[in-house]
Ligand binder design. Structure first.
Ligand code: 5GP
Ligand code: ZN
Length: 114
């Protein structure tokens, strides 16, 4: 999608520190980490948000969860407690309108989230 930051990162027009890539998924370090481990996992195809996930995208979304688990293990987060966040919509704090999963770890987290 034109003028989408994460499409540009997926297409490598904008550089990122990638930790995982396959034909459909890219994972990279967040530019402004809020935890010692803060990685973003995105579909390479443009999907606005979790709300915009189509039935045909559900297999991809499921695969993304498997990639997230593998990255958490690789980052040494397993057994330490970690969190996956998908901000959906402006009021929930979604600032980039391209579906992304935050993987957060390496510190304690409060509940409920702010
Ligand atoms: P949101 O607020 O939409 O849930 O999350 C967007 C995330 O993207 C934020 O945590 C922000 O720090 C990150 N971000 C914004 N611009 C860039 C960028 O150019 N590169 C990277 N790696 N992360 C970015
Ligand atoms: Zn996009």
């Amino acid at each position: 999608m034109v003028d989408c930051l994460f499409c540009k990162i997926a297409e490598r027009e904008i550089p990122s520190q990638a930790v995982y890539e396959d034909d459909e998924i890219l994972a990279f370090h967040d530019i402004n980490p809020v935890a010692p481990v803060h990685i973003l996992v995105i579909p390479k195809k443009h999907i606005d948000s979790l709300e915009a996930l189509a039935r045909e995208d559900e297999q991809l979304a499921g695969r993304m969860l498997g990639v997230i688990r593998d990255i958490a293990t690789e980052q040494g987060l397993d057994d330490r407690g970690w969190r996956v966040v998908v901000n959906t919509g402006q009021r929930a704090g979604q600032s980039v309108k391209h579906l992304h999963f935050h993987i957060l770890g390496g510190r304690d987290f409060g509940w409920p989230p702010g």
